[in-house]
Ligand binder design. Structure first.
Ligand code: PLP
Length: 356
């Protein structure tokens, strides 16, 4: 039976997209490579509506969470967190020898400007947070947070982990003006895992020139020098780039406004279902993710429920982190449509009935 993934990532990849990976290999020092690299960057900028530089390297998204901190912070950053992935960037900073001040916002609630009031001192070089917290399904307003950061310390850089929001929810990059915004291929781009991307600002590049011990692989100065020539710094996953190029054409054909609206529609279907049939959803009203529904488990025997779904060919995701035991997650991002979400929900209805 084919697998129907409603997971938080990696997500389902359409057969025609997978097929695009099978084109003959080329070397990354060829004219064909330059054309491919240049086309991808141009299409990503168009889709995300930004003029900022975008770098890509082989690796999962965390490589650029680490890279952005290593390029943007010599000594001290401030991490705001409302879940597992906010903690991830804080840990990365600490493991790289930085001092990281931490602001903990309750799990399930959004990070808001008032949480950082008076907290961005002159010695804070970067403030980082997650746009769409995948453990709790909370989508915070990154532009409001960035504006607050800059009002307190105009020199502080803003790093946004957009791993589960980019390409599914409109991050309005021209307003947000992120200094680093990070995502990967295996979430709303609906591709296999293996490429990480970062949108960078000139301010980030200026800072990177002054920071020491950045390592080699994600040195933004080295990356930019190559990227400006449509080259990669190290050997890139060319096959995955073929699929990315193909997928970006499909995405632009759909249109970003339609894509964002489709994700919202799928999210509303799941939220309404959870309110009607189970115990509602976990995240704060008004700040709910359009890519991940995090549902309260209540009295549901989730393991039994999920096993039954799997025998019917459907896969969803467990809870994560601190709320692992009280929630479960439904991923609805990438190429999934409302029709497929409705199909999943009716199988979930049927399964609940069978469990009674
Ligand atoms: C919000 C968020 N940040 C970071 C990551 C880590 O991404 P990766 O595994 O691609 O390094 C994930 C993965 O699920 C995520 O959901």
């Amino acid at each position: 039976m084919s697998r129907k993934l409603f997971t938080v990532g990696p997500v389902n990849v359409e057969p025609e997209v997978l097929q695009a990976m099978t084109k003959p290999m080329i070397t990354h020092r060829s004219k064909e490579y330059k054309a491919l690299h240049g086309a991808i960057i141009e299409k990503m900028k168009k889709a995300l509506n930004t003029d900022q530089d975008i770098f890509m390297v082989g690796g999962s998204a965390s490589i650029f969470l680490e890279g952005a901190i290593r390029n943007g912070v010599q000594s001290k950053s401030l991490g705001i967190t409302n879940g597992s992935f906010g903690l991830r960037s804080i840990e990365i900073g600490e493991l790289n020898g930085k001092v990281v001040d931490k602001i903990q916002v309750p799990w399930g609630t959004a990070m808001k400007p008032e949480h950082i009031a008076g907290k961005v001192g002159k010695d804070v070089e970067m403030v980082h947070w997650v746009s769409n917290e995948s453990s709790t399904g909370v989508f915070s307003n990154s532009t409001a947070l960035a504006t607050e950061v800059r009002s307190q310390n105009p020199d502080a850089l803003v790093m946004v982990d957009a791993v589960t929001s980019a390409f599914a929810m409109d991050l309005k990059l021209k307003e947000l003006q992120p200094d680093a915004l990070i995502f990967g291929t295996q979430k709303a781009l609906a591709l296999p895992p293996g490429l990480a991307m970062v949108v960078v600002s000139e301010k980030m590049m200026d800072k990177s020139k002054t920071v020491s011990n950045k390592g080699f692989y994600t040195d933004f100065v080295k990356l930019k020098k190559q990227n400006d020539e449509n080259y990669a710094l190290t050997t890139p996953p060319v096959s995955l780039m073929y699929a990315l190029d193909f997928q970006l054409d499909r995405i632009l054909k759909e249109g970003m406004a339609t894509r964002y609206a489709r994700h919202q529609e799928m999210a509303e279907l799941v939220r309404n279902w959870a309110k009607k049939n189970l115990y509602g959803i976990f995240p704060e009203e008004g700040y709910q993710s359009n890519t991940i529904g995090v549902l309260n488990r209540g009295k549901l025997d989730f393991d039994k429920f999920h096993s039954a779904l799997k025998t019917k060919g459907y896969e969803i995701s467990n809870g994560y982190g601190e709320v692992k035991e009280n929630t479960f997650r439904i991923g609805h991002m990438g190429d999934i449509t409302s029709i497929r979400v409705k199909e999943l929900l009716s199988v979930m209805d049927e399964t609940l009935e069978e469990m009674q």
